[in-house]
Structure formats: structure tokens, C-alpha cells
Design a binder for this molecule. Structure first.
Ligand code: ADP
Length: 544
């Protein structure tokens, strides 16, 4: 082998900030603050100054390379300062999902051995409750100025004072191995105990590059990005990094995530690009439709985290001219795995074919290899019909969990995602289910996501989940759990009739129940485990 003679500059997160300050110093970062809901604005240049002061302050507190520094915070500029300062000094940013139960948060913090915790004012009470149960915790900081310091945390440090105590920002970001840990994020535990995914500087930078590609998120310097997806879950899908490497304006919504607030911020800040889970967009669209509004600047939205219903995509695209990019990924994948963008082969596709394609989660991003395997581990063909366990590998995919064993990593170096999928000849992957959510009827699999996609097109349906319920003859049969739109009527028979001709006969749900709301987990996904428990002894109607 002949060795290449190129520089081996490490891929470090601090390098992203250094570049952004230089190349796009005037670009704006606009945030709705948690403590007073006021709009705060500054530039990349000011982010750089404050991040360096914060880095000095962290070192002065005694934070050392490798130490875990936790945050429980909304999307906002101070959280972004922590993203860059903590990783920048070689410590590890541990973002925590505030929607988890406090006992689970304490469990995660003990597992991670967090040394410091930074919270928004919203979470002062949470901090006061959790902190006494975390022995490793030496520093508690609230992200606000002195005037907003909450009464619940008399012994906590004020963030603005911590930063202001540094007279200047004279600081050089240290250089170290790019494989150094940068961030820690625990899976939300919808599928068992939370597990820590420990990202590295290298994986984060590569993910930021790849996710920006034109056929991935296509982020540009002319964009204004509003990440609805939280910075406390999988680093807001990498947007805090990819925005900076492309010089895009960032608009942080803080705690105000209702349809009205998000819409108003999108309009006032001329947002062009946004990203989030389907439930967020349902709320936003409801607001826009009810008030007969238009999006004047919004052009593209990435929807992922759960399947993006075709009906939702069509409403956005046909009625509002906003392009939907359906994406799939997971905490273990930083998170991006696939994204649905057309190729030249789709130039003349019919409307019907277009949305059949867009129901799929898309093509693997360069850097992520995909394979599907059967129960014996044999690789299955990419024919669009064979389905099996979806495996992935690549430089931003977890190779193991933090301080935890798992059977999800195969002997030949792949990660078993726990999803079941098909991949077609053009490389478009479609998730049919999570392994544990599949409905097994008469030994054959029924894809619950397909059933949900069909019924979501019914005008009376707000949300729906198809779950497996035990059945004497078939082992399991699909039960459809439906939330109707306010003021709309829908009968069981009408709902079942709606499936006629749209799916195989034996896939049609055997019964329908109506509920006021579906249980949602900490990341906005329907908790199917809970639904399965609730309806475990559902009495099937006569003749089913
Ligand atoms: P958890 O919910 O366990 O914390 P993540 O938030 O990382 O994990 O979610 C990853 C899972 O979410 C995927 O394995 C997949 O089941 C589901 N998912 C993500 N995006 C999509 C999508 N576009 N369509 C269907 N399922 C999706």
C-alpha cells in the first residue's frame, strides 16, 4: 500500500463553529426564550464569542475532557452555545428529554454519571426534584439572567452570570482525536430500557456533511431553518451542525410548539425549511386550515421519526405548495438513514405513483449501507416485496451502546434496527413495521403502517393506530384504534369498508375502536405497547 499524502486535520465540532464565524459571521440566530417567551436575536459571530466564554467558564468549574455535561432545555441559543462549548473542550454533551418520567431521568443521569446539569427555567422544578438523586452532580445551572432565576432552585448558578464572569473570549479550541466522544443521547425507551448512544466528533461532522447534500436535506445559505425537532432528542437531527456548515439562518421556537406559535414564527422570520415528527405538522396544519392562512416563505419540511402519512404530505404539497421530504432514522444513526427524493426515473410519474413512492422512507444516504435479511440471517433481494429485518452500517451509526450490552449488533458488523422493511429495485426503502409491532395473522405479517396510511386518508380521521390483538383462530388480528376529527362522524363499518380494494382482504382490520386520544411517548410517537396492553382482551365481534 502507498500512503496518501494529504493532511489529516481532525473533524472536530469546534471546526464547524470556527468556519461559521468566519464565513457567515452576520448570519442570524433567532430564538424564542423559555423564561419570558421574548424573541432574542444575535449572529453566528456572537455565538462564537459566547461559546468561547462558556468554554472557559466550564473549565473554571472543573469540567474535564470526557466529563458528561447534561442539558434539559428547549431549542434556543443558549442550548446551542452548550452544544459547541461542551463538545469543544472535549467534554460530552448529554441531552435529556424532559418528557421522560423524573425517575427515568434520574436513572439516565446516574447511568451517565453527569457532572453538571443546565436547564431552562421551565425545568427548574424538575431539576430540584432530580438533582438530590444524582450523586455525581456537582453543578446546577439555570439558563437565564438573574432576574428570571426560579425560586425552586435557590442553590443553582445563573447562566448569564457564569458566562459574564469571563472577562473576554480569548480562548483557542483544543485539538484532539476526532474519535473523541462529543454527545450522549439515550433512546427514548419505547422499546425497553433507555440506552445511551455516544456520538463522536467525527460521526457528527460526517453526518452534518451528508445530511446537507442536495438530495438529502439540501440546506443552503439562503435558507432560514426552524428546527421543531428538539435539541434534546438526537441533536435535532443534526441541524445545529448542518445549519452552521452551510451558513443558514436558524430560528429556534423555544417551548412554544403549538400550531399558532410555530406558524407565526415561520412567517415573521421568513422560514424556508423546517423539520419534525408527524404529530407537530398535524397541529400546524390544523391551525393554518382553521384560520385560512397561507405559508408565504416555507418551501420544504422534513418529516420523520414516524411514518409521514400520505394524506398529510398531500395536504402540504397540493394545498400549500410546501414540499415534504419523508425521512427515516433513529437515535443510533445520528439519526439520518434514508430520505425520499426523486431520481430522473421519476420525471414522468403519475400523481398516484408519486405518492406511492412518497409513502416510502426513501433512499439510503451515502454513508449508510442498508440490507434486509430473513429470520435465518440470509440477505433478501431488493424487489420491493421481500421484507425482513433492516440492518445498517456506516460511520455515523452506533457500534455499541454506552455501558450496555446488546444483541442488536451482528457478528459481521451491522446494526439491527428493529425495523422490518422492503427495498425496491431503485433503492427506496419502506418500513412496514417495528419488529415488535408487526401483526402476525395466520403466520403471515400484516404491516400496521400500511393500514394506518390508508385510514389517515379518510376525512373524518385525525389519528389512527393498527395493533395486534390475540385471536383464537389466526393467532393475531389487526385492531384499528381511531381518533376522529372534532365534530366528525365515522362508524365501525364505514371505517372497515374504507379498506376495500386498498389492501389485501385478509389485511383489513377485524374491528375498530374509537378513542379520544392516542398515548404518545416522549418523542411524540404512538405508544403501541400501551395500546396493546389496553386492548389485549378485546372481544372480537361475532363471526370475526
Ligand atoms: P426510540 O423511539 O426507540 O427512542 P428513535 O426516536 O430513535 O427511537 O426512533 C427510531 C425509530 O422510529 C425507527 O427505528 C423507526 O421504527 C421509527 N421511525 C423513524 N422514522 C420513521 C419513518 N419515517 N417511518 C416509520 N418509522 C420511522
Amino acid at each position: 500500500m502507498l500512503h496518501g499524502l494529504m493532511m489529516t486535520r481532525p473533524l472536530l465540532i469546534s471546526g464547524i463553529l470556527r468556519f461559521a464565524e468566519r464565513a457567515h459571521g452576520n448570519r442570524e440566530i433567532v430564538s424564542r426564550r423559555a423564561e419570558d417567551l421574548a424573541i432574542h436575536r444575535y449572529t453566528y459571530r456572537e455565538l462564537g464569542v459566547r461559546a468561547r466564554k462558556l468554554a472557559k467558564a466550564l473549565l473554571a468549574l472543573g469540567i474535564k475532557p470526557g466529563d458528561r455535561v447534561a442539558t434539559i432545555a428547549w431549542n434556543g441559543y443558549r442550548h446551542l452555545e452548550l452544544y459547541y462549548a461542551v463538545s469543544g473542550i472535549g467534554a460530552v454533551l448529554h441531552t435529556i428529554n424532559p418528557r421522560l418520567h423524573p425517575t427515568q431521568i434520574a436513572w439516565i443521569m446516574n447511568h451517565a454519571e453527569d457532572k453538571a446539569l443546565f436547564v431552562d427555567t421551565t425545568f427548574a422544578k424538575l431539576l430540584a426534584g432530580v438533582a438530590p438523586h444524582v450523586a455525581s452532580l456537582a453543578h446546577k445551572v439555570v439558563l437565564c439572567g438573574r432576574e428570571h432565576m426560579p425560586a425552586e432552585t435557590p442553590d443553582a448558578t445563573c447562566y448569564e452570570e457564569l458566562v459574564a464572569a469571563q472577562a473576554d473570549d480569548a480562548f483557542e479550541w483544543p485539538e484532539f482525536d476526532e474519535n473523541t466522544a462529543s454527545c450522549l443521547c439515550y433512546t427514548s425507551g419505547t422499546t425497553g430500557n433507555p440506552r445511551g448512544v455516544l456520538y463522536s466528533h467525527r460521526s457528527t461532522v460526517l453526518h452534518a456533511y451528508a445530511s446537507s447534500l442536495p438530495d438529502v436535506m439540501g440546506i443552503r445559505a439562503v435558507d432560514a431553518i426552524l428546527p421543531v425537532v428538539p435539541m434534546f432528542h438526537v441533536n435535532a437531527w443534526g441541524l445545529p451542525y448542518s445549519a452552521l456548515i452551510n451558513g443558514a439562518k436558524i430560528v429556534f421556537p423555544g417551548p412554544a410548539l403549538d400550531g399558532k406559535s410555530v406558524y407565526e414564527l415561520m412567517e415573521s422570520e421568513r422560514v424556508t425549511f423546517s423539520a419534525g415528527v408527524p404529530t407537530v405538522w398535524l397541529g400546524l396544519l390544523a391551525h393554518v386550515e382553521q384560520n385560512k392562512l397561507r405559508f408565504t416563505t416555507l418551501k420544504r419540511c422534513v418529516i420523520g421519526g414516524s411514518a409521514a402519512p400520505v394524506a398529510l404530505q398531500q395536504r402540504f404539497e397540493r394545498e400549500y405548495g410546501v414540499e415534504i421530504l419523508h425521512a427515516w432514522g433513529m437515535t443510533e444513526m445520528s439519526p439520518l438513514g434514508t430520505l425520499n427524493q426523486p431520481t430522473s426515473e421519476h420525471e414522468r410519474e403519475s400523481e398516484e405513483a408519486k405518492y406511492t413512492r412518497k409513502a416510502k422512507q426513501g433512499r439510503g444516504v451515502y454513508g449508510v449501507e442498508l440490507r434486509i435479511v430473513d429470520e435465518a440471517g440470509k440477505e433478501l433481494p431488493w424487489d420491493g416485496t421481500s421484507f425482513g429485518a433492516l440492518h445498517v452500517r456506516g460511520p455515523w451509526i452506533a457500534g455499541s451502546y454506552f455501558r450496555s450490552e446488546s444483541g442488536a449488533f451482528t457478528a459481521d458488523g451491522w446494526f439491527d434496527t428493529g425495523d422490518v422493511a422492503t427495498i425496491d429495485a431503485q433503492g427506496f426503502m419502506k418500513i412496514t413495521d417495528r419488529t415488535k409491532d408487526v401483526i402476525k395473522s395466520g403466520g403471515e405479517w400484516i404491516g400496521s403502517l400500511d393500514l394506518e396510511d390508508v385510514i389517515m386518508k379518510h376525512p373524518s380521521v385525525a389519528m389512527a393506530a393498527a395493533i395486534a390483538v390475540p385471536h383464537e383462530k389466526w393467532g393475531e388480528r389487526p385492531l384499528l384504534v381511531v381518533v376522529k376529527k372534532p365534530g366528525q362522524e365515522l362508524s365501525r363499518d364505514e371505517a372497515i369498508g374504507y379498506f376495500e380494494g386498498k389492501v389485501a382482504k385478509w389485511w383489513i382490520p377485524s374491528d375498530v375502536v374509537f378513542v379520544d386520544a392516542l398515548p404518545l411517548g416522549a418523542t411524540g410517537k404512538v405508544l403501541k405497547t400501551e395500546l396493546r396492553q389496553k386492548f389485549a382482551s378485546h372481544a372480537w365481534p361475532e363471526g370475526v
